[in-house]
Design a protein around this ligand. Structure first.
Ligand code: PLP
Length: 407
């Protein structure tokens, strides 16, 4: 199907709930995507921090192909060796923080939904009848289901969907005193937060804040639930962002990069917490199905085998150094926040025209806020890819500035 037909038929037949850029692709390789228009693109958004191994990584292609040729799905009525293997790989890495068990689902929202249900069950069993509240932060994003929208600290995602599920208490991010003041036993049972707010503009928690939250949770017997849907699976240079904070969460949620593009989410939890989801309390037909978890295992093994975390650190430093040069050169680049291969770049101008100018020049990035760019390339991005992307960005900024300058 050509581009024109695709655009027309999309307009005619799909819900119009997405704002799409006028481009579609035929295939990809590494950090490159090839458009139906015949153009080559550098994919520096990676399906919103999701295509962790880039496009058509041989190990992922082989794992999916091999799995598809045997069986795709059987449901959790039966044992699923691929799911067990993926759980072992995840909990081996997260085990030092005591996260010994995994539950698989299909998306980030579902992972958070499960974590919220888990927190309530745990609290009812260990603290009393409730009802219980979970402390969440302003400017957060936890998903689009009703409970995760209710937990999201941005009214834009909530408007029109009321009544929202109750039980969430909002506090400002990176404000330890506010979190402490919100802990009002016996009603509060957990704190749910992102170690770095992705949709909020790539805003990392400070060490003092996250360590302080962990200490508060210990002191008041609350669960610390970290939403690592966007920050997890190597994005920040460690498999989990929390590893850089020297803390031990009780529950971690994952999705996005976990399947390298195959839809899969997961909740990791301490044994004593996971124990509260007994048979019949929670589940999903597709969750942890053989295809999704074969992909998960391939992603985790490849990250390990190919030293991808070292690449994230090196390419991340290269990208930030280049962004700093653009900051020095162009007045419009205000602030750069970066963790591994994940950057938020605040601008003094609207981000939309710059994203478009980049796309026209073959670079895909997105505007996470009206004046903030998000750059999140695949974790396998090469040094040459980063140089090429910086070159395009430099050129695009120059052209957008020139267009905006008074005649
Ligand atoms: N949590 C965080 C931190 C996210 O960034 C996202 C998606 O952007 C979600 C949850 C929701 O994930 P999904 O879109 O897979 O439901």
């Amino acid at each position: 199907m050509d581009m024109k037909t695709t655009v027309q038929q999309t307009a005619d037949h799909l819900f119009q709930n997405y704002r799409r850029a006028p481009v579609a692709f035929s295939h990809g390789k590494g950090a490159r995507l090839y458009g139906l228009d015949g153009k080559e693109y550098l994919d520096f958004i990676a399906g919103i921090a999701t295509s962790s191994l880039g496009h058509a990584h041989p190990a992922l292609v082989q794992a999916i192909t091999e799995q598809a040729s045997r069986y795709l799905h059987v449901s959790n009525l039966y044992y699923i060796p691929e799911q067990t293997k993926a759980a072992m790989l995840l909990t081996e890495r997260a085990g030092s923080a005591g996260l010994g068990r995994a539950f698989f689902c299909n998306s980030g929202a579902e992972a958070n939904e499960a974590a919220i249900k888990l927190a309530r069950k745990w609290a009812k069993a260990t603290k009393g009848q409730g009802p219980f509240e979970i402390i969440v932060t302003h400017n957060s994003f936890h998903g689009r289901t009703l409970a995760t929208v209710a937990a999201t600290g941005n009214p834009h995602y909530q408007e029109g969907f009321e009544p929202l599920p109750a039980g969430f208490k909002f506090v400002p991010y990176n404000d330890l005193a506010a979190a402490e003041a919100a802990i009002t036993p016996p009603s509060v049972c957990a704190i749910l937060m992102e170690p770095a707010q992705g949709e909020g503009g790539v805003i990392p928690a400070t060490k003092e804040y996250l360590q302080g939250l962990a200490a508060l949770c210990k002191k008041h017997n609350l669960l610390l639930i970290l939403d690592e849907v966007q920050s997890g699976i190597g994005r920040t240079g460690t498999l989990f962002a929390y590893e850089q904070y020297g803390i031990q969460p009780d529950v971690v949620t994952l999705a996005k990069g976990l399947g390298g593009g195959v839809p899969v989410g997961a909740v990791l939890a301490r044994d004593s917490v996971a124990a509260h989801l007994v048979p019949g309390t929670h589940g999903t037909t597709f969750g942890g199905n053989p295809l999704a978890t074969a992909a998960t295992a391939a992603v985790l093994e490849t990250i390990q085998k190919e030293g991808i975390l070292d690449n994230v650190k090196a390419r991340g430093e290269q990208l930030v150094a280049g962004l700093r040069r653009l900051h020095d050169k162009h007045g419009v680049v205000e602030e750069i926040r970066a963790l591994g291969l994940w950057s938020g770049v605040d601008l003094t101008i609207d981000a939309g025209p710059l994203v478009e100018a980049c796309m026209n020049r073959g670079l895909l990035i997105n505007a996470v806020r009206p004046r903030t760019l998000r750059i999140a390339p695949p974790l396998v991005t090469t040094a040459a890819d980063v140089d090429a992307a910086l070159h395009v960005l430099d050129d695009a900024i120059t052209s957008v500035k020139a267009a905006a300058a008074p005649a």
